[in-house]
Design a protein around this ligand. Structure first.
Ligand SMILES: *Cc1c(COP(=O)(O)O)cnc(C)c1O
Length: 459
């Protein structure tokens, strides 16, 4: 079999897509040629049919034209899914972000004085207003917030942490390592399941600078356990003149127990308990863009702001715009719940999810014959290191195929446009409706229609 030359395929591309110059097709043509060579070597083709070549070229070009970072449909039922970009933003945040992206802004310009200003002022007041904190600073993410706070307040000194709180979050954030990079000496106390007040007190030396409490985020200790409350740690810190810091991880402003959910400590409560510094993420339970928020005593926040590391960890203007708009929604809890997508998703009642699942089921059953669909009761999760024990009662559409296994189906759905990320449970593929936007339902139906018409085979 003769393998076509790159320049031949390039010319063919210009016939297929006449709006582009021929030079645009160098890379796609190379990909096509190498794919043909590979298929031929593996014995998959013995002659090059025109129809096959055109299909291959279209596939390659579509892939070439699709951005790598793209939207997906989250049908997993996990609301703050770190792999899927955590929190989708509110309309308010998007509008503000687009405006600041498109035009110039007063990012570091004081409009009253007509001279250089600070980027941090844009969220400082609103953070203080909502939480009652004395001082506020934002950085790139919560890992950065923990790093810079430790480095500023306890460099070269000992930081006492309970063994039950030496957590790892999402692979690379591990408390012992962050401690090392911040230049602090980790002093672990207590045991995995129990840490007492006296464990902390006995570990205090002349070189101790801080007592650190870390939210366990992605796991829970149950059974024979004991931990020291934030209030008690604050009292101990006062007695010995030590800083008390809390890495709250998710950080939420809303008391979920009011809505019948498990209790997650709020930022306001932690501050009221008297900690010197609290840090948390902008894109977990807060529902904003990726950011690390540091709140606490004014003089300490000022010190952290002046740390040269701050320049390396600084927040960018798009994030600031999205974050400020998100925070403003929290002036009223009802508005926050209505406008911030992840709060709305978490608080969506089960009956509503059942209604949505029935709607999707009806549409799929009507349009598609080669798969079977059924309603399945299931549970979702908040994710994002928040409420690890909370099971959110939910409804899903289960999908079965006579020729494909659930994991094969799962793989195929990852390749449709936009990709649909689904879960497999008890040998059934589930489309959980909690995190599926209303306007995505037709996209799911369309994807299944295309699978039915064009089949699931790729070239
Ligand atoms: C998620 C989390 C972090 C890391 O926050 P990022 O915003 O992802 O950097 C740190 N500490 C705790 C306890 C967390 O849950």
């Amino acid at each position: 079999m003769r393998i076509p030359a790159v320049h031949e395929i390039k010319r063919k591309f210009t016939e297929l897509y006449p709006d582009y110059p021929e030079s645009y097709f160098t890379n796609p043509a190379r990909r096509v040629v190498s794919k043909i060579r590979e298929l031929w070597k593996r014995g998959k083709i013995s002659e090059l049919k025109e129809e096959f070549l055109l299909k291959l070229m279209q596939e390659v070009f579509t892939e070439y034209e699709t951005p790598s970072l793209k939207r997906v449909i989250n049908a997993t039922g996990v609301v703050i899914h770190t792999n899927l970009g955590r929190s989708p933003l509110s309309e308010e945040a998007i509008t503000q972000l687009v405006c600041v992206a498109k035009y110039y802004s007063n990012l570091e310009y004081d409009l009253t004085k007509g001279k250089r200003g600070s980027r941090y002022v844009h969220v400082e007041e609103i953070l203080k207003e909502i939480t009652g904190a004395e001082g506020a600073l934002v950085v790139n993410n919560n890992a950065a917030a923990v790093l810079i706070s430790l480095n500023t307040l306890a460099k070269g000194k000992e930081v006492i942490v309970s063994r039950g709180e030496l957590v790892e979050i999402g692979g690379s954030f591990r408390i012992p390592e962050v401690m090392k990079w911040a230049g602090c000496i980790l002093r672990e106390v207590g045991t995995t399941n129990k840490t007492h007040f006296f464990d902390y007190e006995d570990a205090i030396t002349e070189n101790t600078a801080m007592l650190l409490k870390v939210h366990r985020s992605n796991f829970a200790l149950v059974g024979f356990t004991k931990e020291v409350s934030t209030e008690d740690l604050v009292a101990l810190g006062k007695k010995y003149g030590l800083y008390v810091m809390k890495d709250l991880g998710s950080g939420c402003f809303i008391d979920f127990s009011k809505y019948g959910y498990l209790k997650e400590p709020t930022v306001q409560e932690v501050l009221r308990a008297g900690v010197d510094v609290v840090t948390f993420s902008g894109d977990k339970l807060l529902g904003g863009p990726q950011a690390g928020i540091i709140l606490g005593k004014k003089e300490l926040i000022d010190k952290i702001r002046k740390n040269p590391l701050n320049r390396a960890l600084r927040i960018d203007k798009l994030t600031l715009a999205g974050l400020e708009a998100t925070l403003r929604l929290y002036r009223d809890e009802k508005i926050a719940i209505e406008h911030i997508p992840i709060l709305k998703m978490i608080l969506t009642p089960e009956e509503e999810l059942l209604k949505r699942a029935k709607k999707l089921l009806r549409k799929l059953k009507r349009a598609i014959k080669s798969f079977t669909f059924e309603l399945i009761k299931t549970t979702g999760k908040t994710g994002g290191g928040a409420l690890p024990l909370l099971e959110l009662p939910s409804w899903a559409v289960g999908v079965k195929s006579s020729s494909l296994s659930p994991s094969q189906l799962q793989e195929i759905l990852r390749e449709v446009r936009p990709p649909i990320i689904a879960r497999v449970e008890q040998d059934v593929l589930l489309l959980d409706l909690r995190c599926v936007f209303e306007e995505e339902i037709p996209l799911i139906v369309r994807a299944f229609k295309e699978l039915e018409v064009y089949g699931t085979e790729k070239v």
